[in-house]
Write a protein that binds this ligand. Sequence first.
Ligand SMILES: Cc1ncc(COP(=O)(O)O)c(C=O)c1O
Length: 381
Amino acid sequence: MRIYLDHNATTPLRDEVVDAMVAVLRHGYGNPSSSHREGAAARRRVDDAREQVAEALGAAPGEITFTAGATEANNAVLQALCAEPDRGRHLVTTRAEHPSVLEPAAYLETRGFEVTWLPVDAEGLLDPQAVAAAVREDTALVSVLWANNETGVVQPMEAIAQLVKERGALLHVDATQAVGKWPVDVGRVPVDLLACSAHKLNGPKGVGCLFARQDVAVPPLLRGGPQEKGLRGGTENTSGVAGFGAACELARRELPERMERYAALRDRLWEGIRAKVSGVRRNGSAANCLPNTLNVELADTAGEVLLQALDLEGVAASAGAACHSGSITPSHVLSAMGRTPDEARGSLRLSVGHGVDEMQIDRAIELLAELVPRVRGAGVE
Ligand SMILES: Cc1ncc(COP(=O)(O)O)c(C=O)c1O
């Protein structure tokens, strides 16, 4: 039996999602831009999905542009929007962003933009006042991650959005990890732009969206066709979009129950680890955390060795450091929180989701209690 505790990396598809996609793949093959019946049916399917996605986010359907995922949406906002000549040349973002924001921001820096890289505290939290204080006359955009993919830390987005709005700047939010696990309502939280991705909420890979509030003029993300009101040229990924819609509908209906169930599993996992494994501490604010995410630091442990041992025993998880060509790169998120390279290396991300049950959690705890002492010290200088 495999125990999949890596739902922040990607999630399994729900049956309802597969059914919606297969129906389109088998019968809804029309091109939504065609004027015949097949085309009209495909257009309706895309429009229905747009409504499902919009409803899950508290948005209007016209504010949703389908993309090939959150990386595309984040890049589009940072690169296309910031390239507009009437925008300032200053960007505000944080040191704990996902690479799909970090790297476009760093690229803009090489192209003459000034970037204010805001710090997070030891718990991974941003100070909303500091975000607002970084806004200047020439600030083109403020871009902030709602919930962190590595630690699950959830930023005080309502306060950040209010303050940034008062300062008159445009706010983009990467909500990829929040949607489906946390209440995301753009009707309540005044963000201007927001990116998310279907595969993090039991939908398919390669599809996501950009929400842009009605009064925010977004330049075309991809030129070359009338699709998505000319904002993103290219024939729509109709089956992917249908799957995304179905996933959003499920997320909207199930959110309160999901949050409760995930939190119970995550807390059971943490309590079990704390009771049975020595030298552990939790990374990130426990009070401001996605219900499904647990990031733990295991002292004197090479995370990559532990991950392999866990994988062999049937558990899929993720580490706080990446191994590239034999060298270990500590997580930039944990580094931004003040963790040393060794502490980051010994950190493990465990993220629960659909299909995980208490028996699996108990087995994972047992395995960690057995494997950590065995691995401890190995590969750590
Ligand atoms: C916070 C965050 N932003 C963006 C992305 C990228 O999403 P996608 O895989 O849809 O490009 C991810 C996925 O890893 C993520 O966790």
